[in-house]
Design a protein. Structure first.
Ligand code: DGL
Length: 269
């Protein structure tokens, strides 16, 4: 007997789609729900207290409506701030997203790593911990950018995203003392892999970009390894639901990008 309960991905905006992509590649017939807190977006400029108060409550409502088998906090900001509170509030497995500092340290030859996240993520003690555990012999430079979150949102809406704006964001890393030695950048916000090509083109010298997406997808596949998914052949291929806490014109403008990723139905929470 198959079990049709979905995997629910949660982010403030479209960033979680960078986790959906590698997960779909591993679980092509799984049913997904994509939830975006558009009414609370952006998270990166909010306080820890606001995020910790908001996210567990929203996830409780989403879990009640969609009855997921697993929840993925596809957002570094919410994960680094509120993962323990979210896990305590829900009676479900929860997978979080943390900055990929460990794989970056494995790749860096110059032992100089850039961490690009939201302002809220890069100031977390969680990032200090990851650095001490996995990159103690590296110089780890951090930069928080709300601008890059906005650029990723614009890109998915098909709006213009001028190259000089990406270069200016990267300047926040490369212009720091020692920044010219950076050879690996951690995309520590789920929005940023969506514009990885733009970032690579704007970098002053070739760098590698890493993010947690592929590792999180493997973790999701492992946690759901006993699931028998329905035959996707009986479904239209883009009939998964994307749900927004506010559904207005800015969210409706995302419909083509969402449909291209399997989310052909838009709902409001
Ligand atoms: N995508 C989110 C993250 O991974 C947050 C973006 C925002 O709302 O500022 O941190």
């Amino acid at each position: 007997m198959h079990d049709d309960r979905p995997i629910l991905f949660f982010d403030s905006g479209v960033g979680g789609l960078s986790i959906v992509g590698p997960t779909r590649a591993l679980l092509p017939t799984a049913r997904f729900v994509y939830a975006a807190d558009s009414a609370g977006f952006p998270y990166g400029t909010r306080s820890e207290a606001e995020i910790a108060a908001r996210v567990p409550v929203l996830l409780g409502r989403l879990a009640e409506r969609y009855r997921p088998r697993l929840i993925v906090i596809a957002c570094n900001t919410a994960s680094t701030i509120a993962l323990p509170a979210i896990r305590a509030a829900l009676d479900l497995p929860v997978v979080g997203t943390v900055p990929a500092i460990k794989p970056a340290a494995g790749l860096s030859v110059t032992r100089t790593i850039g961490v690009l996240g939201t302002e809220a993520t890069v100031r977390q003690a969680y990032v200090d911990d990851l650095t001490a555990r996995f990159a103690a012999d590296c110089t780890v430079l951090r930069h928080g950018s709300a601008e890059l979150v906005a650029l990723a949102e614009a890109h998915l809406r098909g709006l213009p995203t001028p190259p000089d704006r990406f270069a200016a964001v990267l300047g926040g890393l490369f212009d720091q003392p020692g920044g010219d030695r950076i050879d690996v950048i951690v995309n520590a916000c789920t929005h940023f892999p969506l514009v990885a090509d733009h970032l690579a083109r704007a970098a002053p010298h070739p760098v590698r970009f890493v993010d947690g997406g592929p590792g999180i997808a493997r973790r999701i596949a492992w946690l759901t390894r006993d699931s028998v998914w329905p035959d996707r052949g009986q479904r239209s291929g883009n009939d998964d639901v994307a749900v927004f806490t506010r559904l207005g014109d800015p969210e409706l403008a995302l419909a083509p990008a969402l449909a291209a990723r399997g989310f052909g139905r838009l709902e409001s929470l």
